[in-house]
Design a protein around this ligand. Sequence first.
Ligand SMILES: NC(=O)c1ccc[n+]([C@@H]2O[C@H](COP(=O)([O-])OP(=O)(O)OC[C@H]3O[C@@H](n4cnc5c(N)ncnc54)[C@H](O)[C@@H]3O)[C@@H](O)[C@H]2O)c1
Length: 344
Amino acid sequence: MNSLNISGEAGSSEIFLNGKLDDLNRFIKNRKTCIITDENVHHFYKDQFPSDIPIIVVPAGENSKTIESAGSIHRKLVELEMDRGSLLIGIGGGVITDLTGFVASTFLRGIAFGFAATTILAQVDAAIGGKNGVNLDGYKNLVGIIRQPEFVLIAADTLSTLPREELVNGMAEVIKCGLIADIELFNILADAAKNENPFKHTDLALVCGMAAKVKVDVVNIDVFEKGVRRHLNLGHTLGHAIEKLKKIPHGFGVSAGIIAAAKISIKEGLISKDVLKVITETLGGYGLPLSYNITAADAMDAILKDKKRKADKINLVLLENIGKATVKPFGFTELENALVEALK
Ligand SMILES: NC(=O)c1ccc[n+]([C@@H]2O[C@H](COP(=O)([O-])OP(=O)(O)OC[C@H]3O[C@@H](n4cnc5c(N)ncnc54)[C@H](O)[C@@H]3O)[C@@H](O)[C@H]2O)c1
């Protein structure tokens, strides 16, 4: 298995590409271990989990990523007599990796943890980079910590059971990674997207590995999101707003957000209409939505409620080319005006 490394102030992490759930055994190293997973992943893969290890199964979905559910897992860890030398393994999508990382980082002031990532979104984004958190009172990721998992196994062998909508949802982040930093990745995806069923023509282990590398490289430069890590937010400022307003999956909002960011990039004289065309064809080819019917005023309102807002400017990620992103601060009125055009 090829692996990548993250190291920095928040700890170090080894990310294993194109892995199998069976590989998990090698990370346990005689430690007292507990697995956290959700009911869907448990249903499909329990027989491939490392044997003779207690398993905590939570309901599938975002509602399990709360401070209450973290608290109830903490209590189970006490019952299981987990100690400072113990290991927690989260097997699942981003909900499970975020929850496991948060629980492990707060139990006994921090025990070791690792992940087997089983959704595209977790494999290229959520499991990598050390951001662990839970939601509070409807606000996403409001309580959390940056701390690296000891290992991340990209469980490529689990994607075959992922529902179609989750595959499509995750592809938004894969395409985004190509757009911000890897033209070769983007070109592979753009070619596959020309087919009627692009997933048939996509080597998911390969493209998820390439996208994971983009995230690893960015996090290695900027673990605390002060500079280049912001590039990972391409499409996310508007994407989060649409996600909230329309109650749609994250990747769908990001896709429409990328299109709006590309339109604003044209307006700023950074890219040509041809670049927007190929981005549109690639996102659309994978079944991702390109726009939603919302007004610039509503979008702005939702953006301003987002916790990532800083001072009186909003940093928007734009494209200078395929494979190259940049950040431009916008005043509120300036951004709303730009959105009037970009949301058309
Ligand atoms: N920490 C970060 O940096 C970061 C980055 C991006 C997103 N996130 C978080 O990730 C979460 C979303 O992650 P997600 O999209 O993976 O959601 P998820 O974990 O809810 O998984 C989506 C669905 O797929 C099911 N599933 C998972 N693996 C499966 C498999 N192999 N086969 C069949 N079904 C499977 C799950 O049970 C669930 O129903 C959000 O909470 C988001 O905030 C975190």
